[in-house]
Design a protein around this ligand. Structure first.
Ligand SMILES: Cc1ncc(COP(=O)(O)O)c(C=O)c1O
Length: 454
């Protein structure tokens, strides 16, 4: 094991050292050796060091350099050094954090990390929480608690009787709700499209003045951070209306919830803490390795009620059994990395990370605008949406930026226009990386315009 883990550490170090000098998206040549990983399943064993060498030689070059400093695709954080190291150690532990008997260490770490999360996100300190794979599952988890609680108020036990014959629930979402929220609703039997859609403004914010009349059979889904524009639904108004009507408010804050951890951006999340449940990702802006999402529910008993099970072989009685709060039973110890991120950054370090990325997004917008390109959103957070003329011209720039390899940004459509999405979410991105990336994007835009004109 010693030699093998030393070799893994050396290879990982070499990989990370090389990220700066390679194309962010792998070229075809870099992907060519992937086929070496396949072929018929060998009948005989292979030495672990040879397995590792093959994996590194064939797959490392073909990875996307999202752990590096100039990846601006989707909403992708890097992984803070303490979280990579903690993750390695936790992998060596190989704990199952289903119950506290299976892992007293991870059960304790979950509880500590959850307490710190509630503090930095400024959510009710008594809330319950669950460490899940990502925001999709965190939405599902929060909405499972919502579905159960709202139906219980209507006198229906959904755990026992399911949805067949249940009183009808109403679900209200903004027209710009994330597609994975609809997926969670579908999985819960509430339907991806059986929702009341609230129109949005030009930034994608739900219009509070267009909310339908709410009642105590309604779940309202607020978005904190639109995946394109970064805009926040007006949570204060929506939560107040929901509270007055006895409705449940759920917040999808996959990355936007982290604004609450940064004093200069916390105003964006105003009112979010008035909701009943929240979903967020640690693998986005907290910069822990994949996969890591968190569901939080104000009424811990509502979350526990929706997800706990009992069996004679499962010990009961600990103050918090991790598996009572999650859809999964056996799980890896992903709270370890959340703990390590928060412990290494501290609340000040986290606020600085959020602020730095927001400032870097503003810098992208400033220079792209100054060069005559159309920044389509109000850059309030870490997201920039920019068009380089018509659809064909924008697609041409995106293709050139991907081929150039200095950085990587994804495509989208916003306000009916094809656009480039730039999401600044990594602890590793320096101001110099931002300038270098903007230089590369502007050069690609010039080349594309020249090629288009000829
Ligand atoms: C607002 C929002 N909700 C949900 C998700 C889904 O997150 P995950 O892929 O971690 O499940 C995303 C991903 O970008 C998002 O931006």
């Amino acid at each position: 094991m010693h030699e093998l883990l030393d070799d893994a550490a050396r290879r990982a170090q070499r990989y990370l050292d090389g990220l700066d000098d390679r194309p962010v998206f792998p070229t075809e040549a870099m992907r060519a050796r992937l086929r070496d990983l396949g072929g018929p399943l060998p009948a005989e064993p292979t030495a672990a060091r040879d397995v590792l060498a093959l994996l590194d030689d064939a797959a490392s070059p073909a990875t996307v350099a999202s752990a590096g400093r100039r990846y601006f695709g989707f909403v992708t954080g890097g992984a803070l050094p303490a979280t990579v190291a903690a993750s390695w150690l936790a992998t060596a532990w190989d704990q199952n954090c289903f119950t506290s008997t299976m892992s007293p260490a991870v059960a304790a770490i979950e509880q500590i990390a959850l307490g710190w999360l509630l503090e930095v996100l400024d959510l009710p300190r008594e809330a319950g929480g669950a460490f899940v794979t990502g925001a999709t599952m965190a939405n599902l988890t929060g909405l499972a608690a919502a579905r159960r609680a709202v139906l219980a108020r209507a006198g229906w036990d959904v755990d026992e009787h399911g949805l067949q014959g249940a009183p009808r629930l109403r679900v209200v979402i903004g027209a710009e709700a994330h597609s994975t929220l609809r997926k969670a609703l579908g999985l819960l039997g509430l339907g991806r499209s059986a929702v009341e859609l609230v129109p949005v403004d030009a930034q994608g914010r739900m219009r509070a003045d267009a909310l339908p009349a709410l009642d105590d059979r309604t779940i309202v889904c607020v978005q904190a951070g639109n995946v394109n524009s970064g805009a926040f639904d007006p949570a204060s108004e929506i939560c107040a209306a929901a509270r007055a009507a006895g409705a449940w408010t759920h917040v999808d804050g996959a990355f936007g919830l982290w604004a609450a951890a940064c004093p200069s951006r916390a105003h964006l999340a105003r009112g979010v803490a008035d909701a009943d449940s929240w979903a967020t990702d640690a693998h986005k802006w907290l910069n822990v390795p994949y996969d890591s999402g968190i569901a939080i529910v104000r009424d811990a008993a509502a979350l526990r009620g929706a997800l706990s099970i009992s069996a004679p072989y499962l010990p009961q009685g600990a103050p918090r059994e991790p598996g009572d709060f999650t859809p999964e039973s056996s799980r890896r110890a992903r709270a370890v990395e959340v703990w390590a991120a928060l412990r290494s950054l501290g609340s000040r370090g986290l606020a600085e990370l959020i602020e730095r990325n927001c400032r870097q997004a503003e810098r992208f917008a400033e220079r792209l605008r100054a060069a005559g390109h159309d920044v389509l959103n109000d850059v309030v957070l870490n997201q920039v949406v920019v068009a380089f003329g018509d659809e064909a011209a924008t697609r041409a720039v995106l293709a050139r930026v991907a081929a150039d390899g200095t950085c990587w940004c994804g495509p989208t459509t916003w306000g009916g226009r094809a656009a480039m999405r730039i999401s600044v979410s990594s602890w590793a991105t320096t101001d110099a990386d931002v300038e270098r990336s903007i230089d590369a994007i502007l050069a690609c835009a010039q080349d594309a315009a020249r090629a288009g004109a000829t």
